[in-house]
Design a binder for this molecule. Structure first.
Ligand code: FAD
Ligand code: DLZ
Ligand code: SF4
Length: 507
């Protein structure tokens, strides 16, 4: 059982026999270092794995658990399986499909008899009439000129019956996204996530072994078992859900969590079940405890985006993370690792990421992601950064969000147009610009917000690719109508700014 497979109803566990089978779990350097994971992510994984192993043992399972510093630890999942198979004279290995091609391939190549079972902890894969396997997602996807999440989502609503009245969506509309874009509130009434006590032994181990990794380990407050994760969900439904919809896209200097649920870590590790979560949130709506825009918005993220991303990851195959449709080659600048920058939005989001191993969706998409796309950073480097720094990052969900949604490196499989914006959007949705060295109102000049310059630079250099896109025609018309001398100044200033970035100046 892998570190993100901590579910009592995991398919591999269902197939095994307590009286004769051995559950193998292993903290290994290979998994802890394929990217330089944030220390909180490593501490979360190890603590949750240790607790899960204890829970299994209490339920009479036989667990062979390797700690990272066990002297016999071979350092890889494959090595540990071979070692344990020899020690127990095992006939073979039964496992649930991992969420990453790298491990799928490695496990397939094990010099042992192996049986891979599907991971049916996903709603789509447990709805046997809909998409029971990767092949069926492929069938669903084929024959569609364009795959779009919205159609998949509606299908998921119909199949699950979530927020449905007969065959009609509750409230008459499928999607309340337009009601979910209110600028930040003056006061946030949600106090943020529950904070749980850490396992000091694990924190000590992580401090000793991963001292150089980017990220702050303490205070460590994550839930690390399913009971605690459920407490966090209950706490958020009671106190945060009500205003989640309104302020889903808002960002603040002094409040990092706003009304977000902070349950992605727990869902992705297997500590919470996505369908049960959605049913509980739907029940809050029917009890009159939360408005429809919040409940629909939340359920869409889980049965829509989360499941869709998984479908795409497996549909697109192992080369997905190498895609680079826009030929972006710039090195990831030091500011992503906490290096100085004068852009307050970047400073805030990177600081929050460093301290919490968390940023919410719009911060990931419209600040760090938007910046990476506008300046043209190599998508593989962007992908590795996101995979490392967020505690909820596993490749099946991270890669479609980064390579597809955020960087358009898959040439539009996920997004119908690139998610780019000038400083205006960040200004509208946050209080970042008020305390920035740059001026968001300035379109050119020495204090001009870099997003304002880079936005046009991006559109101009990718004209061939995007000018025919019906959703972008308007932007090209605005650009073309601009005075030629003004266009020249914008492009010149953007190029100078990029040169300064290349030269390692603090920009
Ligand atoms: P909330 O805002 O409370 O949303 C509720 C839940 O909806 C989340 O817990 C999550 O499970 C689900 N969800 C929302 N949006 C998405 C989405 N786009 N894809 C999948 N699930 C979604 N999410 C990850 O779980 N792991 C990642 O590695 C990851 N990387 C991302 C990278 C980029 C560039 C972007 C733009 C988004 C990424 N997301 C990722 C999606 C999203 O940002 C996080 O799921 C969300 O911020 C988690 O915080 P939360 O639990 O407070 O979410
Ligand atoms: C993320 C992670 C880390 C940091 N460490 C381990 C580990 O030591 N052992 C383990 O079984 N899993 C770990 N994981 C989770 C895996 O990387 C994850 O299962 C794969 O990336 C597939 O999603
Ligand atoms: Fe970011 Fe520009 Fe606003 Fe500064 S002015 S915070 S760089 S959007």
């Amino acid at each position: 059982m892998l570190g993100d497979q901590l579910s009592l109803d995991l398919s591999a566990l269902r197939k095994t026999d307590k009286t004769q089978d051995i559950i193998v779990m292993a903290e290994v350097m290979g998994e802890a270092s394929y990217v330089p994971h944030h220390p909180k992510k490593i501490a979360f994984t190890f603590t949750a794995m240790r607790k899960f192993a204890e829970r299994l043992r209490a339920d009479d399972w036989q667990v062979a658990y390797s700690k990272l510093d066990d002297p016999e630890n071979t350092g890889s999942i494959m090595g540990e399986l071979i070692r344990r198979a020899a020690a127990y004279d095992a006939a073979g290995v039964v496992y649930t499909e991992p969420g990453e091609w790298r491990l799928i391939t490695a496990l397939r190549d094990l010099p042992l008899r192996t049986y891979q079972l599907p991971d049916d902890r996903f709603i789509a894969s447990s709805l046997h009439r809909f998409i029971a396997s990767h092949a069926e997602f492929q069938d669903w996807a084929e024959g569609r000129k364009q795959m779009r999440m919205e159609y998949f989502y509606r299908e998921m609503r119909r199949k699950t019956g979530l927020l449905m009245e007969g065959d009609k969506p509750t409230g008459g509309k499928w999607n309340y996204d337009h009601d979910n874009r209110t600028p930040p509130p003056d006061q946030v009434t949600f106090e943020g996530p529950l904070r749980f006590d850490p396992d000091e032994a694990v924190l000590g181990l992580v401090t000793d072994c991963f001292a150089d990794n980017f990220g702050t380990l303490r205070p460590f407050w994550f839930a690390t078992d399913s009971d605690q994760a459920q407490q966090q969900l209950d706490h958020w439904i009671a106190n945060g859900l009500q205003r989640f919809g309104d302020f889903q896209d808002a960002m603040l200097n002094d409040n990092w969590f706003l009304y977000h649920s902070l349950i992605s870590f727990y869902l992705n590790a297997g500590l919470l079940d996505p369908l049960k979560v959605c049913l509980q949130v739907e029940a809050a709506y029917h009890a009159g405890d939360a408005p429809l825009n919040a409940v629909e918005g939340f359920i869409r993220q889980i049965i829509g985006w989360r499941e869709y991303m998984r479908g795409i990851y497996f549909l697109e195959g192992p080369d997905y993370t190498a895609r680079n449709a826009l030929n972006h080659e710039r090195e990831l600048p030091a500011m992503f690792w906490g290096g100085d920058t004068k852009m307050n939005c970047m400073t805030q989001v990177v600081a929050q990421t460093r301290d919490e191993a968390y940023a919410h969706h719009i911060q990931r998409l419209m600040v760090t992601g938007n910046f990476a796309l506008l300046v043209g950073i190599a998508p593989h480097q962007v992908h590795e950064w996101y995979l490392a720094v967020y505690a909820d990052a596993y490749e099946w969900v991270e890669a479609p969000n980064v390579i597809g949604m955020s960087q358009f490196a898959d040439d539009g499989i996920i997004a119908s147009k690139p998610y780019i914006s000038s400083g205006n959007y960040i200004h509208k949705m946050s209080d970042y610009c008020g305390s920035c060295t740059y001026r968001v109102q300035d379109k050119t000049g020495k204090n001009a917000c870099p997003f304002n310059l880079l936005y046009w630079h991006f559109l101009d250099r990718h004209r061939d690719r995007f000018s025919g896109n019906p959703r972008m025609g308007n932007m090209y018309r605005i650009w073309d109508r601009m005075d030629e001398s003004r266009r020249k100044i914008v492009l010149y200033e953007a190029a100078v700014w990029l040169d300064r970035l290349n030269a390692g100046e603090v920009v």
